[in-house]
Write a protein that binds this ligand. Structure first.
Ligand code: PLP
Length: 379
């Protein structure tokens, strides 16, 4: 099996697996128990919180553990309910975890605005400026899009949002970027940030929400008082520790990982060019994360290509992990003004740190063979 769908999920690193096994085997106590064995679990949680905070330039008091990116996003968006916000703003290309949470607020009577993106997938800052009034807004703009890998200018967005009203809140869904980009929440000046371990070689079912100190949060889950009584439920100590270790390792090797992924991406594009495959990258290739390629192949149906690659044991995607199950066209590519034919001929290839040049060569060769077959059939 050749795995080129690292934006959907990633293989757990050895650092994460070993951390998970070690805690599960040796420190399985409940972090709420008062005896020493429980304290050990609490200490592990504190260490994990410290590690994660350090990796994103936060203080450990600002990290809240959750079960996934979706939960972090939902919690952040629900914050509109506590702080007297009536206006919520999101971009049109947010993940469903944000869009559907915002949609729920809309159905409850909140005023919701969706900001457009340009042909490069970057949100229209003038539109944002125009929509932002003097009132308090909750704004949610993703750091990196999951279908295209394109980045948003979050620091600039933060300045716009906070200049209009310092009490407005900016949340960024950084689920795709954490562990792959150098992110400092203080430099970005975001109020909340969502992350998910399985996107950076950690386990599934665990994530975190960064919340700027001083921002009063509304409890998400009521119960035994864990996570400062804001998100109750017995902590997933092994998962949380594995998440911290995965993030720590990825951040330590950030440049090395990104360079190797970029080399593989370049190699793939060169091979496709050499094989005369006609394709175009959706979005500005200079504003995207290394390794994530949303590519339209001339005259090829993306889904048929995906199935042909699957038959060869190669995993790619036609969009986000959730979109790829439905037959809907990508709303992200539509928002970028890409026409239906091109959307239908697009697939997402996302290269990760465990891919090799041999695998990339095989992928290029399989795509090329398929493109030739289609061209011959159309003659
Ligand atoms: N936000 C983005 C940008 C994502 O790509 C994803 C997952 O694909 C999520 C949120 C949801 O994260 P999780 O799968 O951890 O719920």
């Amino acid at each position: 099996m050749l795995y080129f769908d690292n934006a959907a999920t990633t293989k757990m690193s050895d650092a994460a697996i070993n951390a998970w096994i070690d805690v599960s085997r040796n420190n399985y106590g409940n972090a709420s128990s008062i005896y020493s064995y429980g304290k050990r679990a609490r200490d592990i949680l504190s260490e994990a919180r410290e590690i994660i905070a350090r990796c994103i330039g936060a203080s450990s008091k600002e990290i809240y553990f959750t079960s996934c990116g979706t939960e972090s996003d939902n919690w952040a968006i629900r914050q509109a309910k506590s702080g007297g916000f009536t206006d919520v703003i999101a971009s049109k290309i947010e993940h469903h975890a944000v869009l559907n949470a915002v949609g729920q607020l809309q159905s409850e009577g909140y005023k919701v605005s969706y900001i457009s993106v340009d042909a490069n997938g970057v949100i229209c800052l003038d539109e944002l400026e125009k929509i932002l009034g003097a009132e308090k807004h909750l704004v949610s703009i993703m750091y990196q899009n999951n279908e295209t890998g394109l980045y948003q200018p979050i620091q600039e967005i933060s300045q716009i949002v906070h200049t209009k009203n310092p009490d407005s809140i900016l949340h960024t869904d950084a689920v795709q970027a954490i562990g792959h980009s150098s992110i400092d929440v203080k430099e970005l000046e975001v109020d909340m940030l969502s992350a998910s371990a399985h996107k950076f070689n950690g386990p599934k079912g665990v994530g975190f929400l960064y919340v700027r100190e001083g921002l009063e949060m509304m409890p998400l889950i009521y119960g035994g008082g864990q996570e400062k009584a804001l998100r109750s439920g017995t902590e997933n100590v092994a998962g949380i520790y594995a998440m911290a270790k995965a993030l720590e390792e990825n951040i330590l090797n950030l440049d090395e990982n990104n360079n190797s992924v970029k080399l593989l991406e370049d190699r793939l594009l060169e091979k496709l060019h050499a094989e005369n495959v006609k394709f175009a990258i959706n979005g500005n290739a200079n504003q995207k994360a290394p390794g994530v390629l949303n590519v339209a192949f001339d005259g090829i149906d993306g889904e048929s290509l995906l199935n042909a690659l699957d038959a060869q044991g190669i995993c790619v995607s036609t969009g986000s992990a959730c979109n790829s199950k439905s037959k809907e066209r990508s709303y992200v590519l539509e928002a970028m003004g890409i026409d239906n034919d091109r959307i239908d001929s697009s697939i997402r290839i996302s290269i990760g740190r465990y891919n090799t040049s041999e695998e990339v060569d095989r992928l290029a060769s399989c795509i090329s063979k398929y493109a030739k077959l289609v061209a011959k059939a159309n003659c």
